[in-house]
Design a protein. Sequence first.
Lengths: 436, 214
Amino acid sequence: MDTVRLRPPLVRGEDRFVAGVCSGLARHLGLRVEVVRWVMVLSSLLGGAGIVFYAWLWIMVPTAAEATRRQARRPASSIAPAVSLAADVVEDSHRTTPALASAAEARRAGRLAGHAREILLGAVLVLVAVALGGRLLGAEIPLGVIVPIAAILGGAALAWMQLDDSRREQLVRGAGPGRWNGWLRLGAGLALVIAGVALAVSGSQWNVLGLALLASLAVLAGVALVLLPWGLKFWRDLAAERSARVREEERAEIAAHLHDSVLQTLALIQRRAGSEADVTRLARAQERELREWLYRDSRRGEGTFVDRLKALAGEVEDAHGHSVEVVSVGDVPLHGKNAERLEALLQAAREAMLNAVRHGGGSVSVYVEAGSDAVDLFVKDRGPGFDPEAVPADRLGVRESIVGRMRRHGGEATIASGPDGTEVRLHLPGMGAEES
Amino acid sequence: MSEPVTVVVVDDHTIFRSGLKADLDERVRVVGEAATVEQAVAVIDELRPQVVLLDVHLPGGLGGGGREVLTRSAALLPRVRFLALSVSDAAEDVVSVIRAGARGYVTKTASGPEITDAILRVAGGDAVFSPRLAGFVLDAFGTAAVADDELDRLSARELEVMRFIARGYSYKEVAKELFISVKTVETHVSAVLRKLQLTNRHELSRWAADRRIW
C-alpha cells in the first residue's frame, strides 16, 4: 500500500444512512466506512460528542454534487440561448421572460438555502449558549425542558434533510430512489416534532398527553396554515426550475444537432459552390435529414416498411442527385413472417428507383399503399420511356431484379412506359393471415 | 391568353419572395407582397387579388401562420382563392390550411412553371393536389371505396383519382388513364377538396387527433 499524500477532498458521500458524513470521512481518511461509523456511534455515547461532531460536519461539508457544482458555476452554453430565442420567436415571443425569471428565482432559492444553513448553525449555537448561560447563572434547566427541545430539534433536523441540496435536486427531477426514503424521513421528523411539542406542553406528565397531543396538533396546523403559501411558492419555484431544465436540455440537443448537420453541410456547400450538382445534392440530402429529424414520429419504432423505403429513396437520391419523392399510405412492420418478402419488395423498389433516376427525367414519384392484405408500390418517372419487351436479355436490371424477384416472392411487377414517362408497379399480395 | 391572374405573395422570407416572383411567368402578375399575418390580411383586403400564394408558417398574429390569414380573410374567400405554399410536408401543416379554406397546396421546391400552373388552376376554381396531399387524403379517408351516396366519404372514382395523383400523375395523365376528360378529373378533385374541408367524420377526426392536427 503506498500512502499517497494527496487525500481525496472531504465531501459527503453518496452512500449514506443519514447525510453521508461517515462515508465521506472514510474516503477522506482512507479508512473503512464501518470503522468510521462505529467510532461515530461510540463517541456519541460519550456525552454526545459524536453527535455534535457529526452535525458540524453535516452542516459544513458539501456533498460531492454540491462541490462540483460550486467549482463549475458554468455559464449556459452560448449557442443555446440563440437557438432558444429563435425557437421562442416562432412559438411564443413572451415565453422567454418567465423562463428567465424562474431561473433567477431558482438561483435566489439556492442562495436562501445556503443562508439557511448558517442560520441553523447560529440557532443551535445560541440555544447551547443560552443553556450554558442559564446553568452558570444557577438556573437549573430541568430534563423536562431539554428532552422536548432535543426532540423538536431532532425532528426538525430529520425534516431538514429534505432541504439538503442533493435531495432537492432529486425532488426537482421528480423521481429517484430516494423519494420513498425521503417521505419516511419527513414523516419521522414530523412525528418527533409533534411528540416534542406534546411533551413540552404536558410537562412530561403522561396522563395529560392525549390532551396535549391535541393542543400541539392544533398549534402545528396553525403553523402549517401560515407557512402554506410559502411552501406553495417554493414548490412552484421547483416546478419552474424543473421545466426550465427540461427546456434547456432540449435546446442543447437542437443546438448539437444543428451543429453536426446543418452547419457542416453549409460549410461544405460553401466550399463546393462551383459545382451546381454537388450543391443541389448536398442541400437535398441535408433537407431530407433535417426533415426526418424534425417530423419524425417518436411513437413509432424503427424498422417499418415505409421507413426503410424512405431510407432507400434517400440513398438513391444521394447517389444520383435526383429528387425522389415518397408518398405513403399505411405501413407494415418489417419483422414477422413476411419480413423476407417485404425485403424482396424493397430491393425491387430500389432497382426501379435506380432505373428511374438513371433513365428517366424530372422528379421521381414513389407511392406505396400498404394495406392489411397487400402492399402496392409504384415508381414513376417522367423520362422518354422505353419498351419493356425491347430490353435485351442480358440487361439484368429490369428483368431479373424487378420482375423475376417479385415473381419469386409471390408478387408481380408490371412496367408501363409511354411518352410521358415510365411507371413500375409492384404488387405483393398475401400480407394477411395466410402463409405464403 | 386573357388578362394575367393577379397574385399576392405572402411569405416571410424576402429572398424567397423575390425568387418566386422571378420564376413565375407572364400568365400571372404579382400585385402585392406581405411578410406577416397582419400585413397579409391588410394587403389581401385592400388589393383583392384573384389568388394568394400563402406560406403555411408565418410570423405575427396569434401565431396561427397561414391558417390564421385564411380564417381572418374568410369573408373574401369565395372570390379570393388561396394556394398554400410550404417547405413542410407535415400532415398537420398541410391539412390544417386546406381545412381552413385553401384550394390547394404546393411545396416550395416546385419549379416556377409548376407553381404558375397551380395558380392558374386555383384561379379557375379548381383544386390543386400534390401527390403528398393526395396521400394524406387517402390516409385520412381510408382506401376502401363506398357507395356514392355517402357524402362524407370518397367514391370509388374519387379514390381512383386520388391514387393516381398520389402516384405522381398529372390531371391530364389521370384523364387519359381513366378515359375521362380533364374537366371531369378536376370535378372529382374539387369534390374531394370539399369533402376534406367539410367533413366531420370521426375517422377523420381520429386520424387528425393521432397526428395532433386541429
